[in-house]
Design a binder for this molecule. Structure first.
Ligand SMILES: [Zn+2]
Length: 154
């Protein structure tokens, strides 16, 4: 009748009524605790949970589980690799957006009869195979804002 939570079952101990693990590690999902335990260690998981307000613990466990899964899949980089890839994606999309905005500005200026731009060459658009755009780069491509840059050089 007295069913232990996955953490206590894994640690082969009695599961007290106020077990800090039991709300987040149900007995029907032993793999979840195993993964986190392999990366953080049981006592660290307990310490982390004790330092967090109860209503935030479920999210903390989710985060630890995700990080543990990533670390087990990629022991060198863990979730940093995914963060880096997503930052690369953001950087790429920012460049595409800058290119599109430059094209829109160029064609808008042409439509409104701006002679200076009308006589100018179509700027080279990075990432676009545009036969008209092989001269210069009239529109600078803004770098992504610092807030989305990773702390390491890109
Ligand atoms: Zn327990």
């Amino acid at each position: 009748m007295n069913s232990r939570c996955a953490a206590c079952k894994y640690l082969r101990r009695r599961c007290p009524p106020d077990c800090i693990f039991s709300p987040y590690f149900p007995s029907n999902n032993p793999q979840r605790f195993e993964s986190i335990h392999r990366i953080y260690g049981a006592s660290n998981i307990g310490k982390i949970l004790q330092q967090i307000l109860p209503h935030l613990r479920a999210e903390a466990v989710e985060s630890m589980y995700y990080e543990a899964q990533c670390r087990l899949a990629d022991p060198v980089y863990g979730c940093v690799k995914i963060i880096y890839q997503l930052n690369q994606n953001i950087h790429h999309v920012h460049n595409q957006l800058a290119n599109i905005q430059a094209q829109i500005a160029f064609y808008n200026a042409q439509m409104h009869g701006n002679n200076q731009i009308q006589n100018a060459e179509l700027p080279a658009f990075v990432g676009f195979n545009n036969s008209l755009a092989d001269q210069g780069n009239a529109f600078p491509h803004p770098a992504p804002p610092p807030s989305i840059r990773p702390p390491w050089p890109m």
